[in-house]
Design a protein around this ligand. Structure first.
Ligand code: AMP
Length: 229
């Protein structure tokens, strides 16, 4: 259901078709939620979709769990299928989307361009945060099992820890272990960084400094987006 604030935003903003890139722990999840509210487009996170499938115990979830926990990537074929289906829904096909965690390989980016030929991805934004900083953020990261809200552990955490947004349990992700974190960051360098060249070749690549308060980073992001739409 769209509320009156969102309706006003919809009249002001024409929507957006954005891919948000950036290392794990760069703050993509937080910024995607904000961008999605601001432009009134769905936040499509492939990580959230896979985690939901794991929770529901679907065939996809059973297959994906071990891959996710090891910090590896689910196959391009499966991921492209999931995203292609999601982008056909009315919300994404009419106003656009903020894609988070997809594409993660050049093969996925090429497939995405094929799927969206009629309404291509307008821009890819790299949220730039140095590896050392995301390492410490990821080790302290805790997430709501139900709504995905992010928290940071201080070492003296509430027990039980209940999400302020939805009352769900706040836990450490199974793939936020040191080994899996390092795997994911290595994979980011080898598989995802080449996307920067891919989107750069078509003039769709933008870089935004992701270090700073969530409000500051959000302001930088909307300035870049508004320069383009
Ligand atoms: P994320 O929440 O984006 O960090 O994703 C969590 C995990 O889900 C990743 O470490 C991968 O195992 C898997 N995953 C999410 N998106 C993709 C994708 N586009 N391609 C392959 N695997 C993915």
């Amino acid at each position: 259901m769209i509320n009156s604030d969102e309706r006003a935003e919809m009249q002001m903003n024409p929507g957006a078709r954005i891919v948000l890139l950036g290392r794990q722990g760069a703050g993509k999840g937080t910024q995607c939620v904000r961008l999605s509210r601001h432009y009134v487009v769905p936040h499509i996170s492939t990580g959230d979709m896979l985690r939901a499938a794991v929770r529901e115990g679907t065939e996809l979830g059973k297959m994906a769990k071990a891959v996710i926990d090891a910090g590896q990537l689910v196959s391009d074929e499966i991921m492209v299928g999931i995203v292609a289906e999601r982008l056909q829904a009315d919300d994404a096909s009419t106003r656009g989307y903020i894609l988070d965690g997809f594409p993660r390989t050049v093969a996925q980016a090429i497939a995405l361009d094929e799927i969206t030929q009629d309404q291509p991805v307008g821009m890819a934004i790299d949220l730039v945060v140095p590896r050392e900083l995301v390492l410490s953020r990821l080790s302290a990261r805790r997430v709501c099992r139900d709504c995905g809200a992010n928290y940071q552990s201080t070492g003296v955490d509430p027990s039980p820890w209940i999400c302020e947004n939805c009352g769900g349990d706040v836990v450490q992700r199974d793939d936020d272990t040191p080994q899996a974190i390092n795997n994911r960051l290595d994979l980011y360098e080898t598989q995802t960084q080449p996307l920067i060249d891919y989107y750069g070749q078509s003039g769709r690549m933008f870089h935004v400094d992701g270090v700073g308060s969530p409000d500051d980073v959000f302001d930088r992001l909307t300035k870049v987006v508004e320069g383009q739409i």
